[in-house]
Design a protein around this ligand. Structure first.
Ligand SMILES: C[S@@+](CC[C@H](N)C(=O)[O-])C[C@H]1O[C@@H](n2cnc3c(N)ncnc32)[C@H](O)[C@@H]1O
Length: 276
C-alpha cells in the first residue's frame, strides 16, 4: 500500500526528481508517484515519504538512492524498428553526407542513440547499417539513465514485445531463436555498440560522450519538463559536429527554444544548429 504523499511533499519530491532527471510529474500523477516512491521507501525502511525525501536530498548515499529510484520511474517502452521510416531517412539520406565528411577527416561517423532503454533502437540502427554494408564505417554509441536497461541491452536477448515490428525477412540474418519465443541478437552487433550510462540533464556527462554526427533521441522529451528539454537540447547541440543532426520523436518538438533549425530530409524532420 502507498504511503501518504501530501501536496507539499509531492511538490518538493517531484521538483527534486525533475531537477535530477528531467522527468516531470504533473499534479495528476500524485497517486502514481506515491506508489513508486513508497515501494522504494518501504524497502529502505522508511515509513514517511517526507523522511524519504530528506534521504534523497541530503543523505550521504543520496545519489545512489536516486539511481535506484530512477529504475522505478523510467518508462522503458521500446521495440525493434520502432518508427522505422525516420531511421531509414537517417541512414539512407543524411548519413551518406556525414560519412563523406567524416572520412575526409580520417574518422568514422558517430551516431548516438541517447536514451536507448533496453537497446532495441541502436541495435535496429546497427542492423540497418549492416544491411547496407555501412556498419564498419560508423561508430554507434547508445546510452540511457537506467543502468538496468543497459544491462539488459548488453545481454542481447529479447522477447515478444520487442519483436512486434521486426521484419520477418531480417530475423534470420540478425537473430537466433531462444526458448520461449525469445531471440538473441547476433553478438557481434551487440558488441559493436558502445553502451554508456548517461544522464542527459547532466551537462558534463553529455560532454564526455564526445562529438557525434547524429543523435537519435526519441520518445524521451515527452516525459521532461520545459527547462529540461531546453537544457538537453542545448547540450546535444554542443555534442553535434557542425552539420550534424538530431532526430527526435514524431510527437516531440524543440523548435520553441530557438536552438535548432528543422529541415525535412527523406520524409523525416531533422534538427540542425543554425549556421552561425
Ligand atoms: C520510452 S524510452 C525510449 C526508448 C527509445 N528511444 C525508443 O524511442 O524506443 C525512454 C527512455 O528515456 C530514458 N530516460 C529518462 N530520463 C533520462 C535522462 N535524464 N537521461 C537519459 N535517459 C533518460 C528512460 O530510462 C527510458 O529508457
Amino acid at each position: 500500500m502507498a504511503l501518504p504523499l501530501s501536496p507539499q511533499v509531492f511538490a518538493i519530491t517531484s521538483a527534486l526528481i525533475e531537477e535530477r532527471t528531467g522527468i516531470r510529474h504533473e499534479a495528476g500523477d500524485r497517486d502514481i508517484l506515491a506508489e513508486k516512491l513508497s515501494q522504494r521507501a518501504v524497502e529502505r525502511g522508511f515509513d514517511s515519504l517526507l523522511d524519504y525525501y530528506y534521504c534523497l536530498r541530503y543523505d550521504a548515499g543520496a545519489e545512489a538512492e536516486l539511481k535506484g529510484l530512477v529504475e522505478t520511474l523510467v518508462v522503458q517502452e521500446t521495440y525493434f524498428f520502432r518508427e522505422r521510416e525516420p531511421l531509414e531517412a537517417l541512414v539512407d539520406v543524411v548519413l551518406p553526407e556525414r560519412l563523406a565528411h567524416a572520412e575526409r577527416a580520417g574518422r568514422k561517423a558517430r551516431v548516438w542513440s541517447a536514451a536507448c532503454a533496453t537497446g532495441e533502437e541502436p541495435l535496429t540502427l546497427a542492423m540497418m547499417l549492416d544491411a547496407r554494408g555501412l556498419l564498419d564505417r560508423v561508430e554507434i554509441v547508445a546510452s540511457d539513465l537506467s543502468a538496468r536497461g543497459l544491462e539488459r541491452a548488453r545481454e542481447g536477448a529479447f522477447g515478444g514485445r520487442s519483436l512486434r515490428a521486426f521484419p520477418e525477412a531480417m530475423r534470420a540474418a540478425y537473430t537466433s531463436p531462444l526458448p520461449g519465443g525469445r531471440v538473441a541478437v547476433r553478438p557481434d552487433l551487440v558488441c559493436r555498440v558502445q553502451w554508456e550510462n548517461v544522464n542527459l540533464v547532466d551537462r558534463s556527462a553529455v560532454a564526455k560522450v564526445g562529438s557525434v554526427d547524429a543523435v537519435v533521441l526519441r520518445n524521451v522529451l515527452i516525459y521532461f519538463g520545459d527547462e529540461a528539454c531546453r537544457q538537453v537540447g542545448a547540450s546535444l547541440a554542443e555534442a553535434l559536429r557542425p552539420g550534424g543532426v538530431l532526430l527526435i520523436g514524431a510527437s516531440e518538438s524543440l523548435l520553441r527554444f530557438g536552438i535548432f533549425d528543422c529541415e525535412e530530409r527523406g520524409g523525416a524532420f531533422f534538427y540542425r544548429r543554425p549556421a552561425s
